[in-house]
Write a protein that binds this ligand. Structure first.
Ligand code: ADP
Length: 354
């Protein structure tokens, strides 16, 4: 009996403990001799006693009920154990007490609770993913539709006979529109790829010597059409040369995301792009005068899939700022926002030069 891994409990015909093996004593945290002479119920916690009475009664009347009981250990902690009881009948056929085997279930119960939690998390993640795909599909379709329309106009313009006047300006506008749609699509796809890439490890950064002023100018150039459409006059305040060792395409992504947000959430009002440098860091500021962000949302918007606006009013996947934060952090920098609801938002990025 001492060799058994499960607890073994012997009680006399009155129900008093006659013997417990080491496994049981250890499970309940008592020295074996302290348990001797006491009743099974003495070792259940107060609430569990009543429950246990019901269980035993129902079992006596032939019902099959679970046989887990909550025991109270000597140190006050509780422990779930499954108990299987058999009467002891002596050679003369008279009742000689009972023997119980007791199996510790705390570990199994905690495993079950873990499984339950994991299942719940997996369900939530799947729901989130489904919702994400539907929004992503929608987001990708919007610029595609624009692109298709622009291309249709262009091809109509091209099939006209040469003697008919081609409206060059209109065509040029359409080309610019198409380019801007392609840019939007490209930046969406880049962000989407990062969502899966970052889940599998830190973002790889390829540093080269880079003049951030030049990069700012080239991103702004690409935004020309989008700025017009959003009716956002852009003020540029760029230090003449800010050179550091950074990943060009990654910082392009940072600027693209911040500017795209400024136009989306601050349409119709001026936007400022500012670049300054101190001895050891560069600082980028993108400031708009749009809807702003409530104080309680200002930290969470940098998390993945978090949005602080209604889907009905503003399209978006909720990954842009998360990508920005991953990139800036991978460069050893910081990104933060200052904002007043309805008064606009100012996003700042600080990047170490080295
Ligand atoms: P998305 O714009 O696709 O929703 P982002 O990760 O870029 O995703 O932004 C997360 C959220 O932060 C947005 O849904 C919006 O609520 C808020 N936000 C971001 N930029 C601005 C801004 N310039 N003005 C107001 N709110 C903003």
């Amino acid at each position: 009996m001492e060799a058994a891994a499960d607890g073994i409990w012997l009680v006399d015909p009155d129900g008093r403990t006659v013997f417990v093996n080491d496994a049981l004593a250890t499970m309940l945290g008592y020295p074996a001799d302290e348990m001797r002479g006491r009743f099974f119920f003495d070792f259940l916690d107060a609430d569990a006693r009543l429950e246990a009475m019901h269980v035993l009664q129902r079992r006596a009347s032939g019902e099959s009920v679970p046989d887990d009981f909550r025991f109270l250990r000597r140190d006050g902690t509780s422990r779930w154990a499954s108990v299987s009881i058999r009467p002891v009948i002596d050679a003369q056929g008279s009742f000689g007490g009972a023997v119980a085997t007791v199996t510790d279930m705390t570990f199994r119960r905690s495993l079950e609770a873990d499984h339950h939690r994991l299942l719940q998390e997996a369900r939530t993640a799947i729901e989130l993913r489904d919702a994400f795909f539907s929004v992503a599909g929608h987001e990708l379709r919007t610029p595609l539709t624009g692109l298709r329309l622009a291309l249709a106009t262009l091809s109509r313009g091209l099939v006209r006979r040469p003697e008919e006047a081609v409206e060059w300006e209109r065509l040029q506008r359409k080309v610019a529109g198409a380019e801007s749609m392609v840019n939007q699509l490209a930046s969406l796809v880049t962000d989407l790829l990062d969502v899966s890439r970052v889940s599998s490890g830190p973002l790889p950064i390829a540093r080269t010597e880079l003049n951030l002023t030049t990069l700012c100018a080239s991103v702004v150039d690409r935004f020309h059409e989008q700025l017009n459409r959003a009716r956002c006059p852009l003020a540029l305040d760029l230090a003449p040369e800010v050179v550091g060792r950074w990943d060009e395409s990654r910082l392009d992504q940072v600027l693209t995301n911040l500017l795209a947000n400024a136009l989306k959430y601050g349409a119709g009002a001026p936007v400022l792009l500012k670049l300054t440098a101190s001895r050891d860091e560069a600082r980028l500021v993108v400031e708009d005068h749009g809807i702003g962000i409530a104080p309680e949302d200002q930290a969470r918007i940098f998390d993945r899939f978090v949005r602080a606006v209604s889907e009905k009013h503003y399209g978006g996947l909720g990954i842009g700022l998360w990508v920005v934060k991953q990139i800036v952090t991978a460069h050893g920098g910081r990104v933060w926002v200052e904002s007043q609801p309805l008064a606009g938002a100012r996003f700042s990025v600080a990047l170490p030069l080295g």
